[in-house]
Design a protein around this ligand. Sequence first.
Ligand SMILES: [Zn+2]
Length: 171
Amino acid sequence: MSLTQNTQSADRPVRPDRAFERYVWQQPGVCNTCFHRIKRDHRRIANGVAGHDVHVHDQFGEVTVRDETGRVTGTEPVGEHGVNRTYEARTVCDYCGSIAGRAPDETRSRLQMVRRAAAIADRLEEDGIRVSRKAMRRTIWSLKSDERIQGKDREIFERAVKLAVKHAGRH
Ligand SMILES: [Zn+2]
């Protein structure tokens, strides 16, 4: 047991096997495709399809307008004047274009996964968790070559981060 393991985030113990899940995967502001931080100012998608991304308002809809006593005084069109549809603000990752920062449906290639290691390490270090980037890349590379686990990208990242945290300080 080396000293570096004992001093790792002494004020907030980090479980190496939970580090990826907790500080990267479950972080709402982190993209699960490229692991970069998603900017807060949402970009709107302008080519949405009604029923999915676009809410089409009823142009002829009206609401009854009443005065303080409850007496009906007239009607007003529903919604904002001149606006008959709105696009829902959805988060898009500026770095990789992933919608809502979701993880890709298909498994990644070995090279794609190794390339994500730097961004994962950046996110962990932002939280004060030191990692060995080399150990992370090596573990991803070897697990992605192992046919028993190569289809489980998330688990590979988890295990790679676990080793990277344990090997922090050793390069
Ligand atoms: Zn992304």
